[in-house]
Design a protein around this ligand. Structure first.
Ligand SMILES: [Zn+2]
Ligand SMILES: [Zn+2]
Length: 240
């Protein structure tokens, strides 16, 4: 009864078009789901970006840049539909879209994450001023949902973002990474309080574009003795 009332007051909205989803019980409308570009083979063996040729193993970015993470997963290509969906999720308080996103992450990669068996899940942190502004960290919402469903502990504050990064657009890859590297800090207090050894981490974020954010966080974890860093994001660019 209570749920029915909730459904009437807050019907499920489609994370793509924002309309009320019919039939009830679905999390997205069928035509919108059909529009999404799910990542399939051929894809990069390291970051999972779609690549043009079956014969290639890695995307041009993974070939060129010496990324230090072990492996990455993403569900969709970062196209216009997903750009809008994620912008609403992040900036316009559409936290409820996480239900759909998490369901899709589990469908696509739940088994692989279980096999990977990370010790902990860690969201990419937000600077606290941004956190105050938005009231939540979208990566943390995703991480907590995954952790709960997979029964893997989530350490939301193992990484801290301690300075606001300069606008990244005009920077070269190297400058971008240096700029970001200084922004993330390993939180010894959180690590100490956790008490168990952390060898394998799954980082969670909404998008992977140039990879500099994931790389900066990976390096910060490696410097602090964690060797095996993996990531999962909702979206990723194309590798060609
Ligand atoms: Zn829709
Ligand atoms: Zn790649």
């Amino acid at each position: 009864m209570f749920q029915t009332i909730l459904d009437i007051i807050y019907p499920v909205r489609c994370p793509i078009c924002g309309e009320i989803v019919i039939p009830k019980g679905n999390k997205i409308c069928k035509p919108c789901k059909d529009k999404l570009q799910y990542i399939t083979e051929p894809r990069c063996k390291k970051c999972s970006k779609p690549i043009a040729q079956e014969e290639e193993e890695y995307c041009s970015d993974c070939e060129r840049k010496n990324f230090h993470f072990t492996k990455g997963y993403a569900i969709w290509v970062y196209d216009e539909a997903m750009r809008r969906s994620i912008a609403n999720f992040k900036y316009h308080n559409k936290r409820e879209y996480a239900k759909f996103y998490i369901e899709e992450m589990l469908l696509a990669y739940g088994d692989e994450i279980k096999k990977m068996a990370p010790d902990v899940i860690v969201p990419i942190p937000l600077h606290r001023s941004k956190y105050r502004e938005r009231g939540y960290n979208q990566a943390e919402v995703l991480a907590c949902g995954l952790g709960k469903r997979l029964t893997i502990p989530v350490l939301s504050h193992l990484l801290v973002r301690n300075k606001k990064t300069l606008p990244q657009k005009q920077l070269s890859d190297k400058e971008r990474l240096r700029n970001l590297q200084e922004a993330f800090m390993f939180n010894q207090t959180v690590a100490g309080r956790y008490r168990r050894e952390i060898n394998k981490v799954l980082l969670v974020d909404d998008i992977f574009t140039t990879g500099s954010t994931i790389e900066a966080c990976t390096n910060e974890l490696i410097v602090n003795g964690i060797k095996d860093i993996n990531f999962i994001t909702l979206c990723i660019g194309k590798g060609y």
